[in-house]
Design a protein around this ligand. Structure first.
Ligand code: BYC
Length: 470
């Protein structure tokens, strides 16, 4: 399972012995490189960045750190170690040996899942491409670029599957992944949140907390797949994803901490004039990013999700560890639904409610992070709590898209929504204000005034390390 770095495409899938596949991927590689130059981080292509690169896929020490120019980053194909004698953990093929090829009847569904997953990876790089100019520190700049190169690698992971297992259709889909563009009116990325702009660092930190966390839950569900190459590639992607969520959780935490410091120093909640971001405004950003991220789980009741599960393509979070029949033939699941002007918990077939079930696991995880930020606020002696808005708030997908819901979960009229919208979501003026705070800080060890320094550096390096050599 060693990673072969002597190859043009580093890999641990024995590419050297599969000439056709290697040639096909080598033909895709220049397209990826030109996409990276065109749509990757603007202005930093020639800069050396302190990046980690995978050197092995086992749990201990899979990464090495060093200064690298991003276009020279060794993007490659890394699958987690196989689990011996793995059997299918759910669905109608429960207990059968996992698949090493794609069953003909599931080809379309599986390709669609892989393409949807793959599409989010370049999309996020495109969304973040202008952030380098306004970084709050070299530490944060380096973390941004680490996330970006790894999203690029996640694209490689999905493209490998498309090329290796889906023939000509797969190659065409892989090409199309380089053609769609985040936010493009004509050729947008597939999922809603990946077409939203990420104009400032607060949006970016919220994105890495909330939207990358959708990635964690979707990848974990795909890691349960009967299609073993998908399972293994998702397992390794999850180890990389952990850093992305760390960036979000600690990043928003540092903004909250700095705001609290300014509040105490100036004895006011209105820290804008002192170069900070009010807790109320942080709450509005949180409302926005949580709501667009929970849309990514799809409709409350979904036959697509039921089919993916029954076919064995996509499981639940922690599927293997769950103590039930893993087929959900009789099981019911409680789903919050809108009934006129009331919200009621309704018992639904668990098989149809899989998107909601995954969204529930995700919401619990988000609440844990928010509670951590609240501990920072409480420790500062400030009487304020950040909260997750109700799941029906500001939704564009599923049942909730048809109604207007306040953050506290009350159903309101369209007029009431219009009246209160600006209390719940950032206004243009507030976004412009946050934008105005975004002045690039690039002296080693220095941090912008709206965010506290982190507790420690990356890979045991000091905070004033030259994470990016300008
Ligand atoms: N926007 O039955 P429904 C990540 C479509 S993030 C636009 O409700 P389903 C990352 C849906 O496609 C993880 N369209 O939903 C994070 C369907 O279209 P068709 C990404 C949407 O199919 C940060 C229709 O609405 N991975 O890795 O059960 C940085 C009705 O579908 C949306 C995955 O998503 C939306 N939000 O579930 C970098 C995993 N939601 O059939 C990376 C793979 C739904 O009418 N994807 N639609 O044309 C899936 O498992 C499923 O496609 C979804 C949707 C969970 C997304």
């Amino acid at each position: 399972m060693a990673i072969d770095y002597a190859e043009r495409i580093p890999n641990n899938v024995n590419l050297a012995e599969d000439r056709r596949l290697r040639r096909a991927l080598e033909q895709w590689q220049p397209g990826f490189q030109s996409w990276w130059r065109e749509m990757g981080p603007a202005g930093y292509q020639a800069t050396e960045v302190y990046l980690r690169t995978a050197i092995s896929v086992d749990a201990q020490g899979w990464a090495t750190f060093g200064h690298v120019r991003m276009p020279d980053y060794r993007w490659g194909i890394f699958l987690a170690e196989p689990h011996r004698d793995r059997t299918i953990p759910f669905g109608r093929h429960l207990g059968e040996p996992v698949w090493y090829e794609v069953p003909g009847e599931y080809r379309g569904a599986l390709r669609r899942l892989i393409v949807t997953q793959g599409d989010t990876e370049p999309a996020s790089v495109e969304q973040q491409r202008h952030l380098g100019a306004t970084c709050p520190s070299l530490y944060d700049l380096r973390n941004l670029f680490q996330v970006n190169v790894e999203e690029g690698r996640h694209l490689w992971a999905m493209v490998y599957l498309l090329h290796a297992y889906f023939g000509r259709d797969g190659r065409e889909e892989a090409d199309t992944l380089l053609v769609r563009r985040s936010g493009s009116p004509d050729n947008p990325r597939i999922l809603g949140a990946f077409n939203e702009p990420t104009p400032d660092w607060l949006s970016y930190l919220m994105f890495t907390f909330f939207t990358d966390r959708d990635g964690k839950y979707q990848l974990a569900s795909l890691a349960e797949s009967a299609f073993d190459p998908l399972s293994r590639t998702c397992r390794f992607m999850l180890t990389e994803e952990a850093h992305h969520m760390f960036v979000g959780e600690t990043g928003v935490g540092r903004v909250v901490q700095r705001t609290c410091e300014l509040m105490k120093e100036h004895d006011t909640a209105d820290v804008g004039p002192f170069g900070g971001i009010d807790l109320k405004l942080i709450q509005k950003y949180l409302n926005f990013h949580y709501s667009v991220s929970i849309d990514l789980f799809g409709s409350e009741l979904s036959t697509n999700a039921a089919n993916y599960f029954s076919m064995g393509l996509k499981g639940r979070f922690n599927e293997t560890a769950r103590a039930d029949d893993h087929q959900l033939s009789e099981a019911r699941y409680s789903v919050a639904r809108c009934n006129g002007d009331r919200i009621v918990d309704q018992d639904e077939p668990a098989l149809l409610a899989l998107n909601e079930c995954l969204r529930d696991s995700y919401a619990i995880d988000c609440a844990r992070g928010v509670a951590k930020w609240n501990r920072t606020i409480k420790a500062a002696g400030i009487d304020f709590e950040l909260t997750l808005p109700h799941r029906g708030f500001h939704r564009a997908i599923g049942d909730w898209a048809a109604v207007k819901v306040a953050p506290d979960g009350s159903i309101i009229s369209a007029q009431e929504w219009e009246r209160c919208r600006d209390q719940w979501l950032p206004t243009d003026a507030e976004r412009a204000f946050v934008g105005s705070l975004m002045q690039g800080v690039t002296a080693p060890g220095k941090f912008a005034g709206w965010i506290a320094p982190p507790a420690r550096g990356i890979n045991h390096q000091p905070l004033d390390f030259d994470y990016v050599r300008l």
